[in-house]
Design a protein around this ligand. Structure first.
Ligand code: FAD
Length: 339
């Protein structure tokens, strides 16, 4: 069903930073509509690592990514921002004070300003080029995200990749998967030193089998049900690894998708902004979170939160040109739902 909205600010992307942008805008009485290509809010936190603890959110010594998203949802609930989920924004036209956005479902959002909080863009995993992989993806026997560790209880798991995700999951599935094999084409892993040391210990204890230096070569099974993963060494030797599930962790493709065609100043798949305002080269279009580029930018949730506050304050005069904005603490004004 096509939907139409008229609002002050259209927020593209409902990752943690897009969600917090609803709060910061709401506190300044700016009405928002939130749009995301995924059918759940939370961006990378929900799609990639909901059960992992995050340790660098201020005042939370540790908080699971999924719990952080739930807390953000509770924080923005008073502002009741309409959501368009499972809809990708394809089109952006207009100028400050009068933008029109169009989604792949034909929805139209008219907004006076736009915040792009699109993270890595319409992100997707890098898929290994293995014959017939689609059938195994359809059953979930090849999967790129682990939503719940428990789903893998008692299963024989092969993990492929040499970075943080591959190593973290090899460790996180100990005691849950019935066997864990980690395939990497080099002998050395590109993981944080502490995690690499823990992996060495797990391998020495026989809890994780390191299949190195090998790379994925083929999949065996019937009707999408995985029976074994074939791996090959550089010299052509192959091995058959009996398995129920393959988790390839070859990183995310950084495809900005349609955003790349909106006339924005880009730098290596990211949108350049003025860090003092969050504004892009197109007046009225702002960007926050992982999608932005400026000197000193860190791809951290906490920095994205601060960018959301900066952008909301910079947008206020576009929506209320005749009102001076008096800076106020939340402790003074409280949280007031829109009337
Ligand atoms: C395994 C892992 C561990 C991490 N650990 C930490 C950590 O400990 N601390 C930390 O600070 N950060 C961590 N991060 C990084 C953190 O998750 C990101 O910095 C954060 O998610 C960025 O938030 P965001 O809202 O900018 O973008 P994202 O979370 O990427 O969300 C962007 C959203 O925009 C949507 N979107 C994109 N294009 C469109 C479009 N055209 N139309 C509609 N929707 C669109 C996407 O579907 C997505 O949902 C980790 C990341 C990973 C993968």
């Amino acid at each position: 069903m096509k939907r139409e909205f008229e609002t002050d600010v259209a927020i593209i992307g409902a990752g943690p930073v897009g969600l917090f942008a609803v709060f910061e805008c709401g506190m300044l009485k700016l009405r928002c509509v939130l749009i995301d290509a995924l059918d759940a809010v939370g961006g990378q936190c929900t799609a990639l690592y909901p059960e992992k603890p995050i340790y660098d959110i201020p005042a939370h010594p540790a908080i699971e990514a999924g719990a952080l998203v739930s807390q953000l949802e509770a924080q923005i609930a008073p502002f009741a921002a309409p959501r368009l989920l499972g809809r990708r924004v394809e089109r952006l036209a207009g100028t400050a004070g009068g933008f029109e956005l169009g989604t792949d479902h034909g929805d139209v959002v008219r907004a006076k300003a736009v915040i792009i909080a699109a993270g890595a863009g319409a992100f997707g995993p890098n898929r290994p080029p293995l014959a017939g992989i689609e059938a195994f993806e359809a059953t979930g026997d090849v999967r790129y995200y682990v939503r719940r560790r428990e789903d893998l209880r008692g299963r024989r798991v092969v993990i492929a990749g040499g970075g943080d995700s591959a190593v973290d999951w090899a460790l996180a599935l100990q005691g849950i998967a019935s066997s864990i094999m980690l395939v990497h084409r080099r002998a050395k892993f590109r993981a944080a030193p502490e995690m690499a040391a823990r992996l060495d210990a797990a391998a020495a204890a026989g809890e994780v089998e390191l299949v190195i230096p090998y790379q994925l070569h083929g999949l065996h099974g019937v009707d999408g049900r995985l029976e074994a993963v074939e791996v090959a060494a550089l010299d052509g030797r192959t091995r058959r690894l009996e398995a129920d599930v393959l988790l390839p962790f070859y990183g995310l493709s950084m495809d900005l998708g349609p955003i790349a065609g909106w006339g924005l100043d880009l730098e290596l798949h990211r949108v350049r902004v003025d860090p003092a305002t969050g504004q892009t080269n197109v007046p009225g279009v702002f960007a926050v979170g992982d999608v932005v580029s400026y000197p000193g930018k860190l791809k951290l949730i906490l920095q994205g939160f601060s960018e959301a506050a900066v952008a909301a304050h910079a947008i206020h005069p576009i929506i209320f040109p005749n009102e001076a904005l008096h800076f106020e603490y939340s402790t003074s004004k409280g949280v007031q739902p829109h009337g």
